[in-house]
Design a protein around this ligand. Structure first.
Ligand code: NAD
Length: 564
């Protein structure tokens, strides 16, 4: 299946694939701390570099240099320093990754569940031991602050820890009786698999792989939403990390190997649209896990479903926080500001809209004052609250949406455009921004994915609910109130999948499933928790009858058997 069959569609975003670009030479723009951590990454890790070397593919248990003729620069968003380059994986390399996953599936899917549990336990240990290295990579490539980068990994680790329960999670049901045949429900593995596309193979099928495709904003957490669950259920996987920050995924692949994962069970290929399209079309891949933006998500869902794959696609969001006048004010304002501007607003569960109800409208000046105090800087710098946005293009898009609010009559209460950070003149800086807007404006309707809080005023809780329910997205929402009755009404009536009551980022713990809905999700089975197990397995039932004596008579009954 040559990738040339899948040219990058003109309407899709095309990244610069030039081998030389505007990136600054490796190490030149990094601080002393940044340099030493980048050098350590390059020295100690097989699959990635932070000093300008190439990222490798991970195929059949080997970190292999790609023969690609197109490479994508990965740069530090605080300085544009070249960290690494990722290949647009060639068609033959992609086929090798799929072959490796298919071959490994034959034995991994039949391995004891205790073997797979042991692997997940050892992976947990490896991830904890190397959490600093992974966080360093995230700060350099993604731009998060160091404590936030640790949080990125720790949220993924919680999924790994929950997956250590895999033998219990895979228990089926049985029923036995004198007059009814024995019946047992088993779960058999079905696979998903690659770097934000995962594929896996079903036990009863010749082969099924899973493929996983990831976004840039959680380079560790999102691969870890899929890897432990897919592998613990006996699938093999191909992962395609974000081409903007692949380092954490490469480290995780190496740690899987250190934790004893057999060759070929997890493979990593890099690339952009051609690789993703090849995943969607490949007949051996049985399922795709995708997390990212709307355009890619809809495309992958439709194209993957067209070839019969199971697809789950987590997509964009516009998350509203409702601020009631009876809320604990300090807690509510601090929570909303932390959730709006943390990670420079580049979280799918970031609070991007605050709905101020009734007298809470008078708190707007305090929101602005508190947002102003946040320190924007490179992620290793002392006291940094938020870092740069991921790319120059993202900065342009964000500042363009702020400008559109001005043009449409919105009031910019705090303007983060033109923000400068000493020592980092070339960073993709956008300072915290607060816009008083209405629901017809572009800044409200479109996902901004930057440090911008849109403020909407509402007279009553019913008005606030109507605003949220009319919004096309359904990822997360929160209410701040001291009234149980108000909270209960909100919880019942809001049409959003993940609801926080006095909690700003209500991401479900990994024993539950991700539950974003409406325009934020395509598919039927969610990530991790019970949903994760269901997504990566196929149910099978066996109905059996064993009797010592033979049947009486020699006439077959042709009536439908009812087992009574
Ligand atoms: P993105 O859609 O640009 O990229 C995600 C992945 O899809 C990457 O691996 C990329 O290579 C691939 N891709 C991009 N465009 C493609 C196309 N046209 N065809 C095929 N593949 C394509 O997303 P991003 O900018 O990396 O991440 C930010 C987005 O992800 C935001 O919209 C955010 O809300 C969303 N997100 C959602 C969740 C969630 O759980 N709902 C979590 C994290 C991020």
């Amino acid at each position: 299946m040559p990738l040339a069959k899948f040219p990058r569609p003109a309407q899709l975003r095309v990244r610069s694939l030039a081998t030389s670009s505007t990136a600054k030479p490796a190490l030149s723009g990094l601080s002393v701390t940044g340099k030493s951590r980048a050098e350590k990454i390059s020295q100690e890790w097989k699959g990635t570099s932070a000093t300008g070397g190439n990222s490798k593919n991970f195929i059949g248990g080997e970190f292999v240099e790609s023969k690609a003729d197109q490479w994508i620069d990965v740069v530090d968003p605080a300085s544009q320093t070249l960290l690494t380059r990722v290949p647009e994986t060639t068609s033959s390399e992609f086929e090798q990754a799929v072959d490796a996953a298919q071959q490994a599936y034959k034995t991994w899917s039949r391995s004891s569940v205790l073997t797979r549990q042991r692997f997940v336990m050892d992976l947990q240990h490896q991830l904890r031991q190397h959490s600093d290295a992974i966080a360093n990579s995230i700060v350099l490539e993604q731009g998060k602050t160091y404590p936030d980068a640790q949080g990125d990994l720790l949220r993924g680790l919680q999924v790994v820890e929950t997956a250590t329960n895999i033998p219990t999670a895979l228990l089926g049901d049985t029923i036995e009786g004198t007059w009814i045949p024995q019946r047992a429900d088993f779960r058999w593995v079905y696979a998903l698999g690659s770097s934000i596309l995962l594929f896996h193979a079903a036990y009863t099928l010749t082969c099924s792989f899973r493929y996983s495709i990831a976004p840039f904003n959680f380079p560790a957490m999102i691969p870890l939403w899929t890897i432990p669950v897919a592998l613990a259920t006996g699938n093999t996987l191909v992962l395609k990390p974000s081409e903007r920050d692949p380092g954490a995924a490469m480290m995780i692949a190496e740690l899987c190997q250190k934790a004893g994962l057999p060759a070929g069970v997890l493979n990593v290929v890099h690339g952009t649209v051609p690789t993703v399209n090849a995943i969607c079309d490949h007949p051996s891949i049985k399922a795709i896990s995708f997390v990212g933006g709307d355009r890619a998500g809809k495309h992958i869902y439709e194209r993957g479903r067209a070839t019969g794959k199971r697809v789950q696609a987590n997509m964009g969001a516009k998350n509203h926080a409702v601020l009631m006048p009876d809320a604990n004010k300090n807690h509510a304002l601090n929570s909303i500001i932390g959730a709006a501007f943390g990670a420079a607003g580049q979280r799918c569960m970031a609070i991007s809209v605050a709905v101020l109800v009734g007298n809470a409208q008078s708190w707007l000046p305090e929101i602005v004052e508190r947002a102003k105090k946040l320190k924007v800087s490179q992620g290793f710098e002392q006291g940094a609250d938020l870092g740069p946005v991921i790319s120059q293009a993202a900065k342009q898009r964000i500042t363009g949406l702020i400008a559109s609010a001005e043009e449409e009559g919105g009031a910019i209460a705090l303007d983060g455009r033109g923000y400068e950070v000493a020592g980092y003149p070339d960073g993709n800086w956008v300072g915290p921004t607060v816009i008083e807007a209405t629901t017809t404006m572009r800044c409200y309707r479109e996902e901004i994915f930057g440090p911008v809080l849109v403020v909407i005023k509402a007279d009553t809780l019913d008005d606030a609910l109507a605003i949220i329910n009319e919004n096309k997205y359904g990822n997360g929402t929160a209410i701040f109130t001291n009234s149980g009755a108000t909270a209960r009404k909100f919880e019942r009536e809001v049409e959003v999948g993940q609801v926080g009551v006095n909690v700003p980022i209500p991401v479900p713990l990994p024993m539950f499933s991700w539950s974003g809905n409406k325009g934020s999700f395509l598919g039927d089975i969610p990530f991790y928790g019970h949903g994760g197990i269901d997504f990566y397995t196929q149910n099978k039932t066996t109905t059996a009858l064993w009797k010592a004596e033979d049947a009486i008579g020699n006439k077959a009954s042709v009536d439908m058997p009812t087992h009574h």
